[in-house]
Design a protein around this ligand. Structure first.
Ligand code: B12
Ligand code: SF4
Length: 475
């Protein structure tokens, strides 16, 4: 079969401009890892597959139409999170307009929890694939429509009805999954920008490697359980083989380990770092993790193997809110881990949430002040956004807190989508700006950053890139 896999267009709204940290320090064109995995699975099964990354190509619907007409696929598979779901629906619609017989499948974190609703809202989607997609799409395409009732993990149309099959389990041995089909992606376009610190590979080819799937934690706002609650890991050797492929064949120098929490297991983390060194892989890399799964010993080994930055989800400066969000650590631990990382020479990027149902103006200031006290490299402040499938979504439903279910607004970085008792909607919007202003424009932060810009080897390139980004609003 001919299968076209599409990542919808992702034109980030100018609302994100207040996000100073992203604007100055960090901007990456990510490859669509999920479509890469699906593509290699399907190619191995003998299908002819093409990937269309409309986010990096900046394709509009007309461009996508031309691509569909040109490739003339039997199947169009679209990935979608909550924010992109209307884009996915629009692509399903034009697909059916071009060829009503082309099968349209949507997968990803939104339809995993909103499968029936999405099919009801968009008559152009034939099937929603819930959870991990590789085995499900393979089996779906092997079977005739009459047998789809036996395919676990799908929601589909049959005889005018929407049928919701039982869930599928998860793939146990991740080493058996072939590497993402990088040969089908426009690899030259995946680049990391925004280096103020010399170790950041400004303008370098970028690669993302997923070394594990699933997260055993239960943070109330997080939609990570799409890939399960069990932490499934790849072997260090298998991971290093993929890194080597990215370095040797695709000339990547900058790698992100995409895992939800890369350092859950200390021994495994250290093994991966040691292999990077032993294999002589000339990369600089970064990852996200939890403050309570981060140690002094691993921080040094990570830094020594090329790690330049860690992202920590700290979320709040108020312990009551941390407990409400079910984060499972205390403020002291957060402080300790930030210190450890900084001492080891790592940049630290911290995430914070404002607008939880327990927030008051005082508590939000506590969070902002805590962010400042930690002195991370930069901090990202987000509005609490209840994604389907999360505990917060259930709470917001139960307490009737939703202001809107226009999913295109579920981007966390601008207007809140729920109301909370302690702070008004307008005040919450304002707090996001105040948080950024207060964090970035303290004299010490401002001058440290300025000094970094001046000493950076890439200053002129960075300035030109930022002016370009500002002019085109392409953040
Ligand atoms: C890397 C990443 C990013 C990268 C995107 C990289 C890219 N081009 O893919 C960046 C940094 C840009 C990003 C941005 C955002 N992200 Co993000 N991101 C992730 C992260 C950490 C990993 C994604 C990944 O590669 N997963 C690995 C693949 C294998 O898993 P997968 O995507 O789920 O795909 C599998 C299945 O879902 C399914 N599947 C998926 N698509 C399809 C399509 C078909 C046809 C089929 C059959 C199956 C299928 O099969 C795949 C293989 O098994 C996830 C967390 C996570 N654990 O997944 C969050 C996550 C996807 N992001 C999330 C969010 C909220 C965001 C932001 C809104 C954050 C923000 N405030 O800006 C933005 C939105 C940007 C946008 N416009 O879409 C949420 C999504 C929640 C939701 N319901 O929407 C997640 C789940 C994080 C979380 N724990 O809550 N993100
Ligand atoms: S926020 Fe991080 S640790 Fe918490 S559930 Fe999500 S992925 Fe896991």
């Amino acid at each position: 079969m001919k299968i076209l896999l599409i990542y919808p267009t992702d034109l980030i709204s100018p609302d994100l401009l207040p996000h100073v940290g992203y604007a100055i320090y960090f901007r990456v064109n990510y490859p669509p890892t999920n479509l890469g995995y699906l593509a290699s699975y399907l190619e191995n099964a003998g299908h002819k597959v093409k990937i269309l990354d409309c986010a990096v190509e900046k394709y509009n619907l007309d461009d996508i139409k031309q691509e569909i007409k040109h490739f003339n696929p039997d199947v169009v598979g679209i990935t979608s999170n909550t924010q992109l779901i209307y884009g996915a629906m629009a692509i399903a619609k034009i697909t059916k307009e071009i060829n009503p017989n082309c099968l349209t499948i949507v997968g990803g974190s939104h339809v995993t929890y909103m499968a029936v609703e999405s099919l009801a809202e968009c008559p152009y989607i034939d099937v929603a694939v819930r959870g991990e997609g590789e085995e499900t799409i393979y089996e779906l395409l092997e079977k005739k429509r009459e047998k789809w009732k036996d395919v676990r993990g799908i929601t589909f149309r049959y005889n005018g009805k929407i049928i919701h099959n039982p869930d599928r389990g998860f793939i146990e041995n991740l080493d058996e999954i072939p590497f993402p089909a990088y040969h089908l992606m426009p690899m030259k376009k995946y680049v990391a920008y925004g280096q103020l610190v010399d170790s950041w590979a400004h303008g370098q080819p970028f690669g993302g490697v997923l070394t594990s799937r699933g997260c055993p934690y239960n943070c109330a706002f997080c939609a990570s359980k799409t890939l399960g609650k069990k932490w499934r890991i790849r072997s260090p050797e298998n991971i290093i083989d993929e890194v080597r492929l990215l370095v040797d064949k695709y000339k990547r120098r900058e790698i992100e380990f995409l895992d939800d929490s890369f350092t859950i297991n200390e021994k495994r983390t250290e093994e991966i770092c040691k292999l990077i060194k032993k294999e002589g892989l000339d990369i600089s890399w970064f990852c996200s993790t939890r403050v309570d799964r981060f140690t002094k010993s691993m921080a040094h080994i990570m830094h020594n193997s090329g790690c330049h930055s860690v992202f920590f989800g700290i979320e709040s400066g108020d312990q009551e809110i941390l407990n409400f969000l079910n984060k499972g650590f205390d403020l002291e631990r957060a402080e300790q881990s930030v210190k450890i990382a900084k001492k080891a020479g790592l940049n630290v990027i911290t995430f914070f949430i404002i607008g939880t149902p327990l927030d008051t103006k005082d508590k939000i200031w506590k969070t902002i002040n805590f962010a400042k006290k930690l002195k991370p490299t930069f901090a990202l402040f987000n509005q609490l956004t209840p994604y389907p499938g999360t505990k917060i979504y259930e709470i917001a439903e139960e307490k009737n807190l939703f202001i809107t279910k226009d999913w295109s607004k579920y981007i966390t970085m601008s207007s809140p989508v729920i109301r909370i008792p302690g702070v008004t909607h307008e005040e919450l919007k304002m707090f996001l700006k105040k948080a950024n202003f207060s964090f970035y424009f303290t004299p010490s932060y401002f001058f440290t950053t300025l000094r970094e810009i001046i000493v950076s080897k890439n200053t002129s390139k960075i300035i030109v890139d930022h002016i370009k980004m500002l002019v085109t609003s392409q953040y």
